[in-house]
Design a protein around this ligand. Structure first.
Ligand SMILES: Cc1cc2nc3c(=O)[nH]c(=O)nc-3n(C[C@H](O)[C@H](O)[C@H](O)COP(=O)(O)O)c2cc1C
Length: 403
C-alpha cells in the first residue's frame, strides 16, 4: 500500500509531503519533480501569487544517488511569499498588525471551515483550504508518475473548456471511438497542451477563451471549466469488483474530486452513455490479431471497475474561482450584517493547473493499484511480477476456455 500526507499552510514557511510504500531502486531526480511543479504553476489567468513563487523541491529523505531506497520519501517546497507573512503566520505570537478576517467568501471554505473548527479568524481556514496545498500533492504524485513510466504507463491531460467555450472537435471523442494510433502515448497530450497558455489542444478555442477571461477580469469575475486526464499503457486487471473499496473507477473519482474546486467527474462517456441505447453505449469485444480488444472505448478503459487495457479517460469539472473582485453578497460575522464578500489576491481561472494536478492524482491511484497487484519491494521484483503476468495472460485465458 502506498500513501502520502501533505502539511503546510498557504503562507506558512513551506509545504511538505511524506510519501511511503514505493519500491526501492526507482530512478527519480529533483529535476523531474521540479518540472511537474513548474507545470502546475502555468496558465493564463493566474493571480499574483504564481509570479512570486518558483516552486522547487528539496529532497529530505528516501532518495540516494538518484534512486529510491524503499524508505519514506520526504519532500519540501518552500513558500517564497512567507517572507511577507512571518508576523501574520507566527506560530506563537499574534502580530500587532494582524487583521481578523470576518467576511466569508461564498463558494470557498471560509464559513464551513470556521464553523466546523471553531476558528477565531477566517484566515485560519483559508490557509489550509487554499489550493497552494496541491503543490505538495504534485510533488508526491511525481513519484507515482515516475513509477508508472517504468511500466510503460503514461498520463496526460488537457483543458477541454473554460467558461463554456468548447473545441470544435474534441480529442476525447477520438479516444472513445478508438480512432487513435495503437501506440498512442497520453504523455504526448500534455506535451501539446503545455504549448498553449490555457493547455487547450485547439488553437481557435484559445483566442476565444482569452477574450472571455479578459472580460471576466475587467468585470471582476472568474471562470471555471472542464479538463481531461488520460492514462495509456495501463495493463488489464487493475482494480476489482470484489469489494466496494477495491474499485478502480471509484478510487479515480474520489482522487479527482479531492482536487480543490472540482465538483464533477466522469469516466469515459459516462453521462453521454446514460442517454444512449445500450448498443450505442457499450464497446464491442473483437479479436485484434492474437489478442482481444474492444472496437470502441466509450467505457473509458474500465469495465467491472477493472482496467481493460485501453486508455483510461477521466473528465473533471472545476467550478469558477470563488474569490471575486466584484464580490457577491455575504455576511460580516463581526456585525452579523449583510455586506459584500471579501476580496483577496486570487486567480481568475485555474483550470490549466487543475488538469496538471489531475494528472498527478490519477497517477497516484493507478500507481497504488499497480503496486497492489504486482507488489515487490524493489522495482526489479515488481517488474518480474508485471512481465510474467502480462506474458501469460492470454495463454491462461486460452487454456481456461479451451473446449
Ligand atoms: C490550481 C487551483 C488554484 C486555485 N486558486 C484559487 C484562488 O486563487 N482563489 C480562490 O478563491 N480559489 C482558488 N481555488 C479554489 C479553492 O482552492 C477552492 O474553491 C477551496 O479550496 C474550497 O474548496 P471547494 O471549492 O472544493 O469547496 C483554486 C483551485 C485550484 C485547483
Amino acid at each position: 500500500m502506498i500513501r502520502f500526507l501533505t502539511a503546510g499552510e498557504s503562507h506558512g514557511k513551506a509545504l511538505t509531503t511524506i510519501v511511503e510504500g514505493f519500491p526501492s531502486n526507482l530512478k527519480i531526480t529533483k529535476k523531474f519533480i521540479d518540472a511537474q511543479l513548474k507545470r502546475r504553476q502555468m496558465g493564463y489567468g493566474r493571480g499574483g501569487r504564481m509570479k512570486i513563487e518558483t516552486d522547487t523541491v528539496e529532497i529530505l529523505s528516501g532518495i540516494r544517488y538518484g534512486k529510491t531506497m524503499g524508505s519514506p520519501i520526504s519532500l519540501l517546497i518552500r513558500n517564497k511569499d512567507w517572507e511577507n507573512w512571518t508576523d501574520l503566520m507566527d506560530a506563537e505570537k499574534k502580530s500587532k498588525g494582524s487583521i481578523k478576517i470576518t467576511v466569508p467568501r461564498p463558494g470557498h471554505a471560509d464559513l464551513t471551515g470556521i464553523s466546523k473548527y471553531n476558528l477565531f479568524d477566517i484566515r485560519n481556514s483559508i490557509e489550509r483550504s487554499s489550493a497552494r496545498e496541491t503543490a505538495a500533492r504534485v510533488a508526491a504524485g511525481s513519484v507515482a508518475l515516475r513509477l508508472l513510466e517504468e511500466f510503460g504507463i503514461h498520463i496526460g491531460s488537457f483543458v477541454e473548456s473554460i467558461g463554456g467555450i468548447f473545441p470544435t472537435q474534441n480529442f476525447a471523442d477520438k479516444i472513445y471511438e478508438n480512432k487513435i494510433r495503437k501506440d498512442f502515448n497520453s504523455a504526448d497530450l500534455s506535451i501539446k497542451a503545455d504549448k498553449s497558455s490555457l493547455r487547450v489542444l485547439d488553437k481557435n478555442q484559445e483566442e476565444k477563451i482569452i477574450n472571455k477571461i479578459k472580460f471576466a477580469k475587467k468585470t471582476g469575475n472568474t471562470l471555471g471549466g472542464t479538463f481531461f486526464v488520460v492514462a495509456t499503457g495501463v495493463p488489464i486487471g487493475l482494480g476489482s469488483f470484489m469489494q466496494y473499496d477495491k474499485k478502480l473507477d471509484a478510487d479515480i473519482a474520489s482522487a479527482i474530486l479531492s482536487i480543490n474546486a472540482v465538483k464533477g467527474v466522469e469516466i469515459g462517456q459516462g453521462f453521454q452513455n446514460a442517454m444512449e441505447f445500450g448498443s450505442k453505449a457499450h464497446d464491442e469485444i473483437v479479436m485484434l490479431g492474437k489478442t482481444i480488444s474492444r472496437k470502441t472505448n466509450r467505457a473509458g478503459g474500465l469495465e467491472g471497475s477493472i482496467s481493460t487495457g485501453l486508455p483510461i479517460v477521466v473528465r473533471g469539472a472545476m467550478k469558477p474561482i470563488a474569490t471575486l473582485m466584484r464580490p457577491i453578497k455575504s455576511v460580516d460575522l463581526s456585525k452579523m450584517k449583510n455586506v459584500d464578500a471579501r476580496r483577496e489576491r486570487s486567480d481568475f481561472v485555474a483550470v490549466p493547473a487543475c488538469a496538471v494536478i489531475g494528472e498527478t492524482m490519477l497517477a497516484w491511484v493507478i500507481a497504488s493499484h499497480l503496486i497492489l497487484k504486482f507488489g515487490g519491494d524493489s522495482i526489479e521484483e515488481m517488474k518480474d511480477n508485471f512481465n510474467t503476468y502480462n506474458k501469460k495472460l492470454y495463454d491462461r485465458i486460452r487454456k481456461n476456455f479451451k473446449q
